[in-house]
Design a protein around this ligand. Structure first.
Ligand code: C2E
Ligand code: MG
Length: 449
Protein backbone atom coordinates (compact mmCIF):
# COMPACT_ATOMS: atom_id res chain seq x y z
CA UNK A 1 0.00 0.00 0.00
CA UNK A 2 2.65 2.46 1.12
CA UNK A 3 4.74 1.57 -1.89
CA UNK A 4 1.99 2.32 -4.39
CA UNK A 5 1.36 5.68 -2.71
CA UNK A 6 5.07 6.42 -3.04
CA UNK A 7 5.03 5.43 -6.68
CA UNK A 8 2.03 7.64 -7.31
CA UNK A 9 3.58 10.53 -5.44
CA UNK A 10 6.70 9.99 -7.49
CA UNK A 11 4.72 10.03 -10.71
CA UNK A 12 3.03 13.24 -9.62
CA UNK A 13 6.34 14.89 -8.85
CA UNK A 14 7.69 13.80 -12.19
CA UNK A 15 4.79 15.36 -14.07
CA UNK A 16 3.56 18.31 -12.05
CA UNK A 17 5.06 21.38 -10.53
CA UNK A 18 4.73 21.11 -6.75
CA UNK A 19 4.21 24.80 -6.05
CA UNK A 20 1.44 25.54 -8.54
CA UNK A 21 0.10 22.08 -9.38
CA UNK A 22 0.44 22.83 -13.09
CA UNK A 23 1.98 20.31 -15.49
CA UNK A 24 5.75 20.73 -15.66
CA UNK A 25 7.92 21.04 -18.73
CA UNK A 26 8.33 17.27 -19.06
CA UNK A 27 4.61 16.52 -18.86
CA UNK A 28 3.78 19.47 -21.05
CA UNK A 29 6.15 18.34 -23.80
CA UNK A 30 4.43 14.98 -23.90
CA UNK A 31 0.95 16.52 -24.06
CA UNK A 32 2.13 18.90 -26.76
CA UNK A 33 3.41 15.99 -28.84
CA UNK A 34 0.03 14.29 -28.49
CA UNK A 35 -1.74 17.45 -29.54
CA UNK A 36 0.49 17.73 -32.60
CA UNK A 37 -0.38 14.18 -33.62
CA UNK A 38 -4.06 14.91 -33.19
CA UNK A 39 -3.77 18.14 -35.17
CA UNK A 40 -1.99 16.33 -37.97
CA UNK A 41 -4.89 13.91 -38.16
CA UNK A 42 -7.51 16.63 -37.97
CA UNK A 43 -5.55 19.00 -40.18
CA UNK A 44 -6.18 21.72 -37.61
CA UNK A 45 -3.88 24.52 -36.48
CA UNK A 46 -3.29 25.94 -33.03
CA UNK A 47 -1.37 28.66 -31.19
CA UNK A 48 1.19 28.44 -28.42
CA UNK A 49 1.70 31.37 -26.01
CA UNK A 50 4.91 31.61 -24.06
CA UNK A 51 4.54 33.97 -21.08
CA UNK A 52 6.93 35.51 -18.70
CA UNK A 53 6.03 37.78 -15.76
CA UNK A 54 7.84 41.10 -16.17
CA UNK A 55 10.40 41.96 -13.47
CA UNK A 56 9.54 38.88 -11.45
CA UNK A 57 13.05 38.54 -10.14
CA UNK A 58 12.92 42.08 -8.89
CA UNK A 59 9.63 41.43 -7.04
CA UNK A 60 11.04 38.28 -5.56
CA UNK A 61 14.17 40.05 -4.31
CA UNK A 62 12.23 43.00 -3.01
CA UNK A 63 9.34 41.24 -1.29
CA UNK A 64 10.90 37.91 -0.44
CA UNK A 65 10.44 34.46 -1.78
CA UNK A 66 7.13 33.96 0.06
CA UNK A 67 5.65 36.78 -1.97
CA UNK A 68 7.09 35.30 -5.14
CA UNK A 69 5.35 31.99 -4.35
CA UNK A 70 2.03 33.73 -3.74
CA UNK A 71 2.32 35.52 -7.06
CA UNK A 72 3.17 32.34 -8.95
CA UNK A 73 0.36 30.36 -7.33
CA UNK A 74 -2.20 33.09 -7.96
CA UNK A 75 -0.98 33.52 -11.51
CA UNK A 76 -1.27 29.78 -12.17
CA UNK A 77 -4.78 29.68 -10.75
CA UNK A 78 -5.80 32.50 -13.10
CA UNK A 79 -4.22 30.77 -16.03
CA UNK A 80 -6.15 27.59 -15.30
CA UNK A 81 -9.35 29.59 -14.98
CA UNK A 82 -8.74 31.22 -18.35
CA UNK A 83 -8.07 27.91 -20.11
CA UNK A 84 -10.71 25.81 -21.80
CA UNK A 85 -10.73 22.09 -21.12
CA UNK A 86 -9.03 21.35 -24.44
CA UNK A 87 -6.23 23.86 -23.83
CA UNK A 88 -2.86 23.00 -22.29
CA UNK A 89 -1.19 25.07 -19.60
CA UNK A 90 2.11 24.47 -17.88
CA UNK A 91 4.79 26.06 -15.77
CA UNK A 92 7.95 25.65 -17.78
CA UNK A 93 10.35 27.08 -15.25
CA UNK A 94 10.61 29.92 -12.69
CA UNK A 95 8.20 32.55 -13.88
CA UNK A 96 7.71 31.11 -17.35
CA UNK A 97 4.38 29.64 -18.37
CA UNK A 98 2.94 28.29 -21.57
CA UNK A 99 -0.57 28.15 -22.83
CA UNK A 100 -1.65 26.20 -25.88
CA UNK A 101 -5.00 27.21 -27.28
CA UNK A 102 -6.41 24.34 -29.27
CA UNK A 103 -9.13 26.19 -31.14
CA UNK A 104 -7.04 29.23 -31.98
CA UNK A 105 -6.05 28.31 -35.51
CA UNK A 106 -5.17 31.73 -36.81
CA UNK A 107 -3.01 34.78 -36.01
CA UNK A 108 -5.94 37.11 -35.71
CA UNK A 109 -7.65 34.90 -33.19
CA UNK A 110 -4.34 34.54 -31.38
CA UNK A 111 -3.98 38.31 -31.31
CA UNK A 112 -7.43 38.72 -29.80
CA UNK A 113 -6.78 35.97 -27.26
CA UNK A 114 -3.45 37.51 -26.21
CA UNK A 115 -5.27 40.73 -25.30
CA UNK A 116 -7.91 38.82 -23.42
CA UNK A 117 -5.35 36.75 -21.52
CA UNK A 118 -3.45 39.87 -20.53
CA UNK A 119 -6.63 41.40 -19.12
CA UNK A 120 -7.37 38.27 -17.10
CA UNK A 121 -3.84 37.65 -15.88
CA UNK A 122 -2.71 41.17 -15.16
CA UNK A 123 -5.21 41.97 -12.41
CA UNK A 124 -3.30 43.24 -9.35
CA UNK A 125 -2.29 40.61 -6.83
CA UNK A 126 -2.59 41.29 -3.11
CA UNK A 127 0.24 40.43 -0.80
CA UNK A 128 0.81 41.56 2.78
CA UNK A 129 -1.99 44.10 2.50
CA UNK A 130 -0.55 45.65 -0.64
CA UNK A 131 -1.60 45.42 -4.26
CA UNK A 132 1.06 44.48 -6.75
CA UNK A 133 0.65 45.16 -10.41
CA UNK A 134 1.84 42.56 -12.88
CA UNK A 135 2.58 42.81 -16.54
CA UNK A 136 3.46 40.05 -18.96
CA UNK A 137 5.62 39.58 -21.98
CA UNK A 138 4.24 37.04 -24.39
CA UNK A 139 5.56 35.26 -27.44
CA UNK A 140 3.23 33.48 -29.85
CA UNK A 141 4.04 30.74 -32.33
CA UNK A 142 1.55 29.10 -34.64
CA UNK A 143 1.40 25.41 -35.45
CA UNK A 144 2.35 24.31 -38.08
CA UNK A 145 3.79 27.35 -39.89
CA UNK A 146 6.15 28.34 -37.08
CA UNK A 147 7.18 24.79 -36.25
CA UNK A 148 5.66 21.36 -36.57
CA UNK A 149 7.23 19.65 -33.59
CA UNK A 150 7.18 20.36 -29.87
CA UNK A 151 10.78 21.63 -29.45
CA UNK A 152 10.50 24.03 -32.40
CA UNK A 153 7.23 25.47 -31.17
CA UNK A 154 8.53 25.96 -27.64
CA UNK A 155 11.76 27.48 -28.86
CA UNK A 156 10.11 29.84 -31.31
CA UNK A 157 7.45 31.05 -28.88
CA UNK A 158 10.23 31.59 -26.33
CA UNK A 159 12.20 33.63 -28.87
CA UNK A 160 9.16 35.74 -29.64
CA UNK A 161 8.73 36.32 -25.89
CA UNK A 162 12.32 37.57 -25.69
CA UNK A 163 11.67 39.92 -28.57
CA UNK A 164 8.66 41.28 -26.64
CA UNK A 165 10.90 41.82 -23.58
CA UNK A 166 13.51 43.62 -25.66
CA UNK A 167 10.86 45.84 -27.16
CA UNK A 168 10.02 47.11 -23.67
CA UNK A 169 7.98 44.33 -22.00
CA UNK A 170 4.23 44.28 -21.33
CA UNK A 171 3.32 43.24 -24.88
CA UNK A 172 2.96 40.25 -27.13
CA UNK A 173 4.97 39.40 -30.21
CA UNK A 174 4.47 36.81 -32.88
CA UNK A 175 7.38 34.62 -33.83
CA UNK A 176 6.74 35.76 -37.35
CA UNK A 177 6.32 39.50 -36.88
CA UNK A 178 5.25 39.93 -40.49
CA UNK A 179 2.03 38.40 -39.28
CA UNK A 180 1.28 41.35 -37.07
CA UNK A 181 0.65 43.71 -39.96
CA UNK A 182 -1.67 41.23 -41.49
CA UNK A 183 -3.37 40.75 -38.13
CA UNK A 184 -3.84 44.51 -37.81
CA UNK A 185 -5.44 44.94 -41.21
CA UNK A 186 -7.64 41.89 -40.72
CA UNK A 187 -8.68 43.19 -37.35
CA UNK A 188 -10.07 46.35 -38.95
CA UNK A 189 -12.16 44.30 -41.38
CA UNK A 190 -13.21 42.02 -38.52
CA UNK A 191 -14.52 44.96 -36.52
CA UNK A 192 -16.22 46.39 -39.60
CA UNK A 193 -17.90 43.03 -40.26
CA UNK A 194 -19.31 42.87 -36.74
CA UNK A 195 -20.45 46.47 -37.00
CA UNK A 196 -22.08 45.75 -40.37
CA UNK A 197 -23.92 42.73 -38.96
CA UNK A 198 -25.20 44.84 -36.08
CA UNK A 199 -26.28 47.57 -38.52
CA UNK A 200 -28.16 45.13 -40.79
CA UNK A 201 -25.96 45.69 -43.83
CA UNK A 202 -25.93 42.08 -45.01
CA UNK A 203 -28.36 40.55 -47.41
CA UNK A 204 -28.94 37.15 -48.99
CA UNK A 205 -29.29 36.98 -52.74
CA UNK A 206 -30.70 33.83 -54.32
CA UNK A 207 -29.88 31.98 -57.51
CA UNK A 208 -32.36 29.39 -58.83
CA UNK A 209 -31.24 25.83 -59.54
CA UNK A 210 -33.17 24.10 -62.32
CA UNK A 211 -34.26 20.47 -62.17
CA UNK A 212 -33.59 19.28 -65.73
CA UNK A 213 -36.16 16.48 -65.71
CA UNK A 214 -39.15 18.36 -64.27
CA UNK A 215 -38.03 21.85 -65.34
CA UNK A 216 -38.98 23.05 -61.86
CA UNK A 217 -36.81 25.21 -59.67
CA UNK A 218 -36.53 23.01 -56.57
CA UNK A 219 -33.51 24.69 -55.02
CA UNK A 220 -32.27 28.25 -54.55
CA UNK A 221 -28.71 28.93 -53.48
CA UNK A 222 -28.28 31.70 -50.91
CA UNK A 223 -25.31 33.97 -51.66
CA UNK A 224 -24.38 36.61 -49.15
CA UNK A 225 -23.87 40.29 -50.04
CA UNK A 226 -22.66 43.20 -47.94
CA UNK A 227 -24.30 46.56 -48.62
CA UNK A 228 -21.44 48.59 -47.25
CA UNK A 229 -22.15 52.26 -46.44
CA UNK A 230 -18.84 53.40 -47.98
CA UNK A 231 -17.76 50.63 -50.35
CA UNK A 232 -21.12 49.81 -51.89
CA UNK A 233 -22.06 46.24 -52.75
CA UNK A 234 -19.29 43.96 -51.48
CA UNK A 235 -19.08 40.39 -52.83
CA UNK A 236 -18.38 37.43 -50.51
CA UNK A 237 -14.94 36.70 -51.99
CA UNK A 238 -13.82 40.02 -50.47
CA UNK A 239 -14.85 39.29 -46.88
CA UNK A 240 -15.58 35.58 -46.33
CA UNK A 241 -11.87 34.59 -46.40
CA UNK A 242 -11.09 37.28 -43.81
CA UNK A 243 -14.06 36.26 -41.68
CA UNK A 244 -12.85 32.66 -41.80
CA UNK A 245 -9.54 33.76 -40.38
CA UNK A 246 -10.80 36.13 -37.69
CA UNK A 247 -13.59 33.89 -36.47
CA UNK A 248 -16.31 36.35 -37.54
CA UNK A 249 -17.51 33.62 -39.91
CA UNK A 250 -19.48 32.16 -37.02
CA UNK A 251 -21.50 35.35 -36.54
CA UNK A 252 -21.95 35.70 -40.29
CA UNK A 253 -23.00 32.06 -40.59
CA UNK A 254 -25.54 32.44 -37.79
CA UNK A 255 -26.96 35.52 -39.39
CA UNK A 256 -27.15 33.88 -42.83
CA UNK A 257 -28.84 30.77 -41.48
CA UNK A 258 -31.38 32.77 -39.46
CA UNK A 259 -32.11 34.97 -42.46
CA UNK A 260 -32.53 31.92 -44.70
CA UNK A 261 -35.02 30.49 -42.19
CA UNK A 262 -37.04 33.71 -42.38
CA UNK A 263 -36.80 33.64 -46.19
CA UNK A 264 -38.12 30.06 -46.28
CA UNK A 265 -41.27 31.44 -44.73
CA UNK A 266 -41.46 34.24 -47.33
CA UNK A 267 -41.11 31.67 -50.11
CA UNK A 268 -43.88 29.55 -48.56
CA UNK A 269 -46.16 32.57 -48.23
CA UNK A 270 -45.65 33.15 -51.96
CA UNK A 271 -46.62 29.48 -52.60
CA UNK A 272 -43.09 28.63 -53.55
CA UNK A 273 -41.74 25.37 -52.31
CA UNK A 274 -37.96 25.36 -52.63
CA UNK A 275 -35.04 24.11 -50.62
CA UNK A 276 -32.44 26.70 -49.72
CA UNK A 277 -28.79 25.83 -50.25
CA UNK A 278 -26.50 27.62 -47.78
CA UNK A 279 -22.73 27.93 -48.18
CA UNK A 280 -20.51 26.95 -45.28
CA UNK A 281 -16.82 27.29 -44.55
CA UNK A 282 -14.86 24.52 -42.86
CA UNK A 283 -14.20 26.69 -39.85
CA UNK A 284 -17.91 26.76 -39.08
CA UNK A 285 -17.63 23.08 -38.18
CA UNK A 286 -14.89 23.20 -35.59
CA UNK A 287 -16.92 22.38 -32.52
CA UNK A 288 -20.00 20.36 -31.70
CA UNK A 289 -21.54 23.63 -30.54
CA UNK A 290 -22.19 24.38 -34.22
CA UNK A 291 -24.85 21.68 -34.17
CA UNK A 292 -26.52 23.08 -31.04
CA UNK A 293 -26.52 26.54 -32.58
CA UNK A 294 -28.06 25.46 -35.88
CA UNK A 295 -30.62 23.31 -34.14
CA UNK A 296 -31.65 26.28 -32.02
CA UNK A 297 -31.92 28.59 -35.05
CA UNK A 298 -34.18 26.06 -36.79
CA UNK A 299 -36.49 25.70 -33.82
CA UNK A 300 -36.62 29.43 -33.10
CA UNK A 301 -37.82 29.96 -36.66
CA UNK A 302 -40.21 26.98 -36.72
CA UNK A 303 -38.44 25.56 -39.76
CA UNK A 304 -37.33 21.96 -40.26
CA UNK A 305 -33.90 20.83 -41.43
CA UNK A 306 -35.27 19.16 -44.56
CA UNK A 307 -35.74 22.61 -46.12
CA UNK A 308 -31.96 23.02 -46.31
CA UNK A 309 -28.93 21.91 -48.20
CA UNK A 310 -25.56 22.80 -46.68
CA UNK A 311 -22.86 23.36 -49.29
CA UNK A 312 -19.44 22.49 -47.93
CA UNK A 313 -15.92 22.13 -49.28
CA UNK A 314 -14.86 18.58 -49.98
CA UNK A 315 -11.94 18.82 -47.54
CA UNK A 316 -14.41 18.91 -44.67
CA UNK A 317 -15.36 15.30 -45.33
CA UNK A 318 -11.92 13.90 -45.86
CA UNK A 319 -11.26 13.00 -42.24
CA UNK A 320 -13.87 10.59 -40.99
CA UNK A 321 -12.91 10.80 -37.35
CA UNK A 322 -13.06 14.55 -36.92
CA UNK A 323 -15.48 16.61 -34.83
CA UNK A 324 -16.53 18.18 -38.12
CA UNK A 325 -17.89 14.85 -39.30
CA UNK A 326 -19.95 14.48 -36.10
CA UNK A 327 -21.58 17.82 -36.80
CA UNK A 328 -22.37 16.71 -40.37
CA UNK A 329 -23.89 13.45 -39.11
CA UNK A 330 -25.99 15.25 -36.50
CA UNK A 331 -27.33 17.76 -39.03
CA UNK A 332 -28.18 14.97 -41.46
CA UNK A 333 -30.27 13.39 -38.72
CA UNK A 334 -32.15 16.72 -38.58
CA UNK A 335 -32.99 16.25 -42.28
CA UNK A 336 -30.37 18.59 -43.76
CA UNK A 337 -28.85 17.41 -47.05
CA UNK A 338 -25.19 18.01 -47.81
CA UNK A 339 -23.66 19.08 -51.09
CA UNK A 340 -19.98 19.14 -51.98
CA UNK A 341 -19.29 22.55 -53.46
CA UNK A 342 -16.72 23.30 -56.18
CA UNK A 343 -16.25 19.59 -56.92
CA UNK A 344 -13.43 18.88 -59.33
CA UNK A 345 -11.14 21.73 -58.29
CA UNK A 346 -9.34 20.52 -55.16
CA UNK A 347 -7.78 17.13 -54.69
CA UNK A 348 -11.04 15.42 -55.40
CA UNK A 349 -10.67 12.00 -53.93
CA UNK A 350 -12.61 9.73 -56.18
CA UNK A 351 -12.01 6.71 -53.97
CA UNK A 352 -13.51 8.48 -50.94
CA UNK A 353 -16.52 9.69 -52.80
CA UNK A 354 -18.53 6.57 -52.14
CA UNK A 355 -18.36 7.03 -48.39
CA UNK A 356 -18.96 10.74 -48.20
CA UNK A 357 -22.12 11.61 -46.27
CA UNK A 358 -23.17 14.00 -49.05
CA UNK A 359 -26.05 13.49 -51.44
CA UNK A 360 -25.17 16.16 -53.95
CA UNK A 361 -22.08 17.10 -55.97
CA UNK A 362 -21.76 20.55 -57.44
CA UNK A 363 -19.37 20.50 -60.38
CA UNK A 364 -17.25 23.62 -60.24
CA UNK A 365 -18.01 26.39 -62.70
CA UNK A 366 -14.44 26.40 -64.06
CA UNK A 367 -15.01 22.90 -65.49
CA UNK A 368 -18.44 23.78 -66.77
CA UNK A 369 -17.18 26.93 -68.48
CA UNK A 370 -14.29 24.99 -69.95
CA UNK A 371 -16.68 22.55 -71.66
CA UNK A 372 -17.33 24.99 -74.47
CA UNK A 373 -13.80 25.05 -75.87
CA UNK A 374 -11.89 22.40 -74.03
CA UNK A 375 -12.68 18.75 -74.83
CA UNK A 376 -10.71 17.65 -71.75
CA UNK A 377 -13.07 19.54 -69.47
CA UNK A 378 -16.01 18.01 -71.25
CA UNK A 379 -14.58 14.53 -70.69
CA UNK A 380 -13.95 15.30 -67.06
CA UNK A 381 -17.53 16.45 -66.57
CA UNK A 382 -18.74 13.25 -68.26
CA UNK A 383 -16.59 11.12 -65.98
CA UNK A 384 -17.79 12.90 -62.84
CA UNK A 385 -21.40 12.49 -63.97
CA UNK A 386 -21.03 8.78 -64.69
CA UNK A 387 -19.25 8.15 -61.44
CA UNK A 388 -21.63 10.22 -59.34
CA UNK A 389 -24.63 8.50 -60.82
CA UNK A 390 -23.21 5.05 -60.19
CA UNK A 391 -22.81 6.07 -56.55
CA UNK A 392 -26.36 7.41 -56.35
CA UNK A 393 -25.33 11.07 -56.03
CA UNK A 394 -27.22 13.98 -57.49
CA UNK A 395 -25.18 16.31 -59.70
CA UNK A 396 -25.56 20.07 -60.05
CA UNK A 397 -23.60 21.92 -62.73
CA UNK A 398 -22.83 25.45 -61.61
CA UNK A 399 -21.77 28.51 -63.57
CA UNK A 400 -23.78 27.58 -66.69
CA UNK A 401 -23.56 30.72 -68.79
CA UNK A 402 -24.86 29.77 -72.22
CA UNK A 403 -27.66 27.85 -73.85
CA UNK A 404 -25.08 25.74 -75.69
CA UNK A 405 -23.48 24.51 -72.48
CA UNK A 406 -26.90 23.93 -70.93
CA UNK A 407 -27.81 21.73 -73.92
CA UNK A 408 -24.58 19.76 -73.64
CA UNK A 409 -25.24 19.12 -69.96
CA UNK A 410 -28.81 18.05 -70.62
CA UNK A 411 -27.52 15.56 -73.17
CA UNK A 412 -25.22 14.17 -70.53
CA UNK A 413 -28.21 13.76 -68.20
CA UNK A 414 -26.94 16.18 -65.60
CA UNK A 415 -29.63 16.44 -62.91
CA UNK A 416 -29.53 20.16 -62.11
CA UNK A 417 -28.33 23.33 -63.82
CA UNK A 418 -27.43 26.63 -62.19
CA UNK A 419 -25.90 29.78 -63.61
CA UNK A 420 -26.38 33.18 -65.16
CA UNK A 421 -27.81 31.47 -68.25
CA UNK A 422 -30.93 30.85 -66.16
CA UNK A 423 -30.72 33.80 -63.77
CA UNK A 424 -28.10 35.80 -61.90
CA UNK A 425 -28.38 35.84 -58.11
CA UNK A 426 -31.17 38.24 -57.04
CA UNK A 427 -32.57 39.64 -53.80
CA UNK A 428 -35.58 37.61 -52.63
CA UNK A 429 -38.15 40.27 -53.55
CA UNK A 430 -36.97 40.07 -57.17
CA UNK A 431 -36.62 36.32 -57.21
CA UNK A 432 -40.18 35.55 -56.10
CA UNK A 433 -41.80 37.22 -59.17
CA UNK A 434 -39.33 35.40 -61.41
CA UNK A 435 -40.26 32.06 -59.87
CA UNK A 436 -43.98 32.79 -60.25
CA UNK A 437 -43.43 33.59 -63.92
CA UNK A 438 -41.36 30.44 -64.35
CA UNK A 439 -44.07 28.27 -62.79
CA UNK A 440 -46.73 29.95 -64.91
CA UNK A 441 -44.82 29.34 -68.17
CA UNK A 442 -44.15 25.75 -67.21
CA UNK A 443 -47.85 25.13 -66.58
CA UNK A 444 -48.71 26.73 -69.90
CA UNK A 445 -46.24 24.50 -71.70
CA UNK A 446 -47.42 21.31 -70.05
CA UNK A 447 -51.10 22.11 -70.59
CA UNK A 448 -50.47 22.69 -74.29
CA UNK A 449 -48.46 19.57 -74.82
P1 C2E B 1 -20.02 29.28 -54.73
O1 C2E B 1 -20.76 28.59 -53.66
O2 C2E B 1 -19.24 28.45 -55.67
O3 C2E B 1 -21.09 30.15 -55.47
C1 C2E B 1 -21.20 30.30 -56.84
C2 C2E B 1 -20.64 31.64 -57.30
O4 C2E B 1 -20.70 31.70 -58.72
C3 C2E B 1 -21.44 32.83 -56.80
O5 C2E B 1 -20.53 33.89 -56.56
C4 C2E B 1 -22.34 33.13 -57.97
O6 C2E B 1 -22.79 34.46 -58.00
C5 C2E B 1 -21.42 32.85 -59.12
N1 C2E B 1 -22.13 32.49 -60.35
C6 C2E B 1 -23.35 31.98 -60.49
N2 C2E B 1 -23.64 31.76 -61.80
C7 C2E B 1 -22.57 32.15 -62.49
C8 C2E B 1 -22.26 32.15 -63.89
O7 C2E B 1 -23.01 31.75 -64.75
N3 C2E B 1 -21.02 32.61 -64.24
C9 C2E B 1 -20.13 33.04 -63.32
N4 C2E B 1 -18.96 33.51 -63.76
N5 C2E B 1 -20.39 33.05 -62.01
C10 C2E B 1 -21.60 32.60 -61.58
P2 C2E B 1 -20.61 34.81 -55.29
O8 C2E B 1 -22.03 35.11 -54.98
O9 C2E B 1 -19.66 35.93 -55.49
O10 C2E B 1 -20.06 33.86 -54.13
C11 C2E B 1 -18.73 33.47 -54.09
C12 C2E B 1 -18.49 32.43 -53.04
O11 C2E B 1 -18.65 32.96 -51.73
C13 C2E B 1 -19.46 31.26 -53.10
O12 C2E B 1 -19.00 30.38 -54.11
C14 C2E B 1 -19.37 30.71 -51.71
O13 C2E B 1 -18.30 29.80 -51.61
C15 C2E B 1 -19.05 31.93 -50.87
N6 C2E B 1 -20.26 32.33 -50.12
C16 C2E B 1 -21.35 33.01 -50.57
N7 C2E B 1 -22.23 33.20 -49.57
C17 C2E B 1 -21.70 32.62 -48.48
C18 C2E B 1 -22.15 32.48 -47.11
O14 C2E B 1 -23.26 32.87 -46.71
N8 C2E B 1 -21.31 31.83 -46.25
C19 C2E B 1 -20.11 31.33 -46.66
N9 C2E B 1 -19.34 30.69 -45.74
N10 C2E B 1 -19.68 31.44 -47.92
C20 C2E B 1 -20.45 32.08 -48.81
MG1 MG C 1 -22.06 27.24 -53.32
Amino acid sequence: QQRSVDVRAGAYRANYDLLTGLPNRYHFSRRLRELIEESQREQSDFAIFFMDIDHFKHLNDQLGQGAGDVILTEFSARLEMAAKSTDLVARISGDEFVYVAHEVDDVIKADLLADKLKKQLQQPIEFAGQQHFLTLSMGIAMYPIDGDDAPALLYHSDQAMYAAKRAGRNRHFFFNEGMREQADSYLLIHQDLLRGLEAGEFELYYQPVLNVETENVDICEALIRWNHPKNGLVMPDKFIPVAERTGAIREIGNWAFSQACRDIRSFSEGDINVKIAINHSISEYYSTRAFERWKRILSENFVTGDRFIFEIPEALLMDKKSVRMNVVTAMRKMGVQFAIDDFGTGHSAINYLRNYPADILKIDSSLIQGMKNNPKDRTLVEVVLTLAKSLGKVVVAEGVETQAVAEQLKELDCHYLQGNWLLEPKPINRLIPYLHQHMFELEERTSHS
